[in-house]
Design a protein around this ligand. Structure first.
Ligand SMILES: Nc1nc2c(c(=O)[nH]1)N[C@H]1C(S)=C(S)[C@@H](COP(=O)(O)OP(=O)(O)OC[C@H]3O[C@@H](n4cnc5c(=O)[nH]c(N)nc54)[C@H](O)[C@@H]3O)O[C@H]1N2
Ligand SMILES: Nc1nc2c(c(=O)[nH]1)N[C@H]1C(S)=C(S)[C@@H](COP(=O)(O)OP(=O)(O)OC[C@H]3O[C@@H](n4cnc5c(=O)[nH]c(N)nc54)[C@H](O)[C@@H]3O)O[C@H]1N2
Ligand SMILES: [Mo]
Length: 760
């Protein structure tokens, strides 16, 4: 491919980051964010209440805390999440009088949210192109009227993002089901749905099986397709402790992520004051994007070989007593060739054998995984392959072992537990109906992709969003933006104004809610909420900060207000539950037996753990046994020369862009980059810093981005989400779970003449 190099390489803000994760860089970043968002606010003490027994749960991620009784655990990105919420900046009615919607549309996602917290309910006025303040009564009346005007309840979509508390989410599903639909598109549908749909078939539960204490007992830890230095930073302390004990930590990730390599704990004075840091990964395997299935099959192949050579590697007693499907799995692994495995994974047989050796040599093993596993067209198969691997050595139901999906939003798991699901179980609906005197619909509803398709096709006419930024988070912004714009009603219950709020339906409402850090005062006094972390611990979260304005209401109060207006004849005591959240918790207990004595047990510091049946080697599958699930027809990616994955920068929270920096990847002040392997660059006839266009087989394009050399696997490219979402079609998803294939987009790359677009 000929390419002229007359253009200057665009390497502004591109460098190598040489430090460890954490360290002084993290402390500096916190100081900066506190300065920018909180100015001299006395509420900087908020940071000291994060994850304390009496404080609030960090809204940053779902990684648990040591019994919620620890001393303050420092986390840079938790601090960013809190300061972004506790900011002193406001978008009040004056702000919206100054700026038209058309002007705000031209703002970046960063600038929109950086403008501050919403303070009053708003309605979009198409006559003036402004958002105008309205009373809560008018907001509820308008929302309720539009919902009542629908021909059928299934024309409404009830989206839930994962920050909502258990209490808010439970009320929300009660509202939607009394209204008459199971349409619950949910951020989990874009995230760990492959876990929710894949693991129940394997081990009878769609959640992780380990606790934080298990990490203290593990003999080996595998980290596949997740980036804890950015997305679950408190996990680094856990990994560092394991590393110091000499526990091997085996990483499989196409990108070399600093947060998996080295960590300098900001809580550790000697590390902070010396050049020392703790090495994390003992082996780092740069698997190709989408090559995990092949890698996992390769590990199993090597395990069988080791077992044949040495014996005692495969746990045959466990397999005989607890599982089904072993023969089919073994046959599939035997039929899988090393050539195919190496081709797909771009790892050598020796590398994979080395991973298998670590696994075989450890008594107690934890496998952690994230979006690098789930967000593929074969995400569910990937998750089940991890379960297969663990079942082969009986790594369930014993201390120090198990599966650890790193969940996304801080309460995404809890929201699902208390009923946010488009596929509700019959017995759950029976109990809900009995507890509240309603008749829930039995017909299953829409997940996120189905909801967007229904909205696009005019089958759905209303979207209520409890948090999130749905149209920006989903694939194919063009289709999703048009879908929301075609609606009769769009209701955004949010803390901050975002791009989805700017997509105008016939009626567009923006309803400001309290964040988790804030004091929630109701008729019966100050209220607190509960959340469930990645490890199924349910605990209390108590906000203390002053709300951003007197009119801002809590999520439960807003949900109840809308429900009241949409369901004038409602059988539910919405006012009573809003006045006193203990009553919502009583409702949760009535519907979910696992929450017995909820109000009592959750008042204990640290809360309680929900039942995880595999802990007791109980398998809630139809046959009562854990299942090996073979995937003989695993996806073939070797023919695709280049696959692109989408990732989070260090300074973003999903669609919330805190800043344009990505410290650990050496990027400052920009997001318009494509990370590429040096050898691929040369093969493409491109140089570090060239402007390129990225094109998909169906002609989707990302134009004028700068391609940069990076430590990433051959045949793999990476770009930031959501900038690259235009490359993902809405119908490219995992058929088993509906999870969009955000992480394996086939592309071609060519030199570009287009100007850069995504600069700070
Ligand atoms: N600060 C911060 N914290 C967050 C979030 C945030 O945006 N910011 N988001 C929250 C949410 S909702 C979620 S779901 C989690 C996400 O947490 P992660 O799962 O860590 O998220 P990602 O950034 O999407 O990327 C994950 C990693 O997968 C790797 N990867 C990409 N493709 C592949 C592949 O094919 N195979 C393998 N093995 N690896 C691959 C990437 O190189 C990257 O290191 O974090 C949560 N926590
Ligand atoms: N290409 C690509 N796309 C992806 C992903 C990817 O890896 N690649 N990841 C996917 C994943 S894992 C997820 S989870 C989704 C995320 O999808 P969403 O959950 O829909 O998106 P967020 O960006 O987390 O939502 C941000 C908004 O939430 C609101 N908010 C913040 N805190 C609160 C609160 O306490 N209450 C309420 N009511 N609102 C609040 C704010 O107004 C803010 O603008 O994106 C998905 N999209
Ligand atoms: Mo997520």
């Amino acid at each position: 491919m000929a390419h002229s190099h007359d253009a200057e390489a665009d390497l502004v803000g591109i460098s190598d980051y040489r430090g460890p994760a954490g360290g002084w860089g993290a402390l500096g970043a916190v100081a900066r964010t506190v300065r920018e968002q909180m100015k001299a606010s006395p509420d900087t003490r908020a940071l000291l209440q994060m994850n304390q027994p009496d404080g609030f749960d960090c809204p940053g991620c779902a990684w648990p805390d040591p019994k919620h009784t620890s001393s303050f655990e420092f986390c840079e990105n938790g601090a960013k999440a809190v300061t972004w919420e506790a900011t002193v900046k406001r978008v009040d009615p004056d702000f919206f009088a100054r700026h038209t919607a058309s002007e705000l549309w031209t703002w970046t996602d960063h600038k929109l949210e950086d403008a501050g917290r919403l303070t009053e309910p708003l309605r979009y006025d198409p006559e003036t192109d402004h958002y105008v303040p309205i009373t809560w009564e008018e907001a509820f009346a308008r929302g309720g009227a539009a919902l009542r005007a629908l021909d059928h309840a299934d024309e409404a979509e009830f989206y839930c993002s994962g920050r909502a508390s258990n209490e808010a989410a439970f009320l929300y599903q009660l509202f939607a089901r009394e209204f008459g639909t199971n349409n619950f598109p949910d951020c989990s549908n874009m995230c760990h749905e492959a876990t929710s749909s894949g693991l129940p078939k394997s081990i009878g539960i769609g959640k992780g099986t380990v606790t934080l204490e298990d990490f203290d007992l593990a003999d080996a830890i595998f980290c596949i397709g997740h980036n804890p230095g950015t997305n679950h930073p408190r996990m680094l302390s856990t990994l560092a402790a394991a590393s110091k004990r000499g526990v091997p930590i085996v990483v499989a990730n196409p990108m070399r992520e600093r947060g998996l390599e080295r960590f300098k704990s900001p809580q550790h004075p000697t590390e902070m004051l010396t050049p020392r840091s703790t090495p994390l990964a003992s082996e780092y395997h740069q698997v190709r994007i989408g090559g995990d299935m092949a890698m996992l099959k390769g590990m199993m192949k090597a395990l069988f070989a080791l077992d044949e050579a040495e014996g005692g590697v495969i746990d045959r007693a466990f397999i005989a007593q607890h599982t089904e499907g072993f023969e089919a799995l073994q046959a599939d692994i035997e039929a899988t060739s090393w050539t195919w495995i190496e081709d797909q994974s771009r790892l050598t047989r020796e590398a994979i054998e080395s991973m298998a050796k670590v696994y075989a040599g450890a008594e107690r093993v934890i496998v952690c995984y994230g979006m690098g596993i789930t967000q593929h067209a074969h995400g569910t198969q990937n998750v089940q392959a991890i379960a297969n691997l663990l079942l082969l050595r009986g790594q369930f139901g014993k201390p120090g072992a198990g599966i650890c999906p790193l969940r996304g939003h801080s309460n995404v798991q809890g929201d699902r537990t208390v009923g946010i699901t488009e596929l509700p179980a019959e017995d759950m609906l029976d109990r809900l109906d009995a507890a509240f005197g309603i008749t829930s619909p039995r017909k299953h509803g829409h997940n996120a992709v189905e909801a967007l398709a229904a909205m696009r096709d005019g089958r759905s006419k209303a979207l209520i969003s409890l948090g999130g930024n749905l149209a920006v988070a989903m694939p194919d912004p063009e289709a999703c933006f048009a879908a929301v714009r075609g609606l009769d009603l769009s209701v955004n219950i949010v803390t901050k104004f975002n791009r989805t709020c700017l997509l105008h339906a016939k009626e567009t409402l923006v309803l400001p809610c309290l964040g988790r850090t804030e004091l929630d005062l109701q008729a019966a006094g100050p209220q607190w909420v509960t959340v469930e972390d990645s490890m199924s611990m349910v605990h209390a979260s108590r906000g203390k900060l002053q709300p951003p304005g007197p009119m801002v209401r809590s999520e439960p109060a807003i949900v109840a207000g809308l429900a009241r207006a949409a369901l004038p004849q409602s059988a539910v005591d919405w006012e009573g539950m809003t006045a006193d959240y203990d009553r919502i918790r009583d409702g949760i207990e009535a519907v979910y037996p696992d929450f017995h004595d909820f109000n009592l047990r959750v008042r204990k510091p640290g809360g309680f753990r929900l039942t995880i049946a595999p802990d007791d080697r109980v398998w809630k599958t139809p046959s009562g046994k854990a299942q090996f699930i073979a995937h003989p027809h695993a996806e073939d990616n070797a023919a695709q020369p280049l696959l692109l994955t989408t990732i989070r920068s260090h300074d973003q929270y999903n669609t919330t862009i805190y800043s344009y920096d990505d410290r650990y990847r050496g990027v400052t002040g920009r997001r318009d980059v494509i990370f590429a392997n040096e050898v691929d660059l040369a093969m493409l006839g491109l140089s570090h810093g060239d402007k390129v266009d990225v094109t998909t087989p169906t002609g989707r394009m990302l134009k004028g981005f700068t391609i940069v050399r990076h430590a990433i696997a051959r045949g793999s490219l990476a770009a930031y989400y959501p900038e690259a979402n235009c490359l993902v079609p809405l119908d490219d998803f995992d058929p088993a779970s509906g999870t969009p294939a955000y992480k394996s987009i086939p592309v071609t790359v060519t030199a570009s003449g287009w100007p850069a677009v995504h600069r700070a």
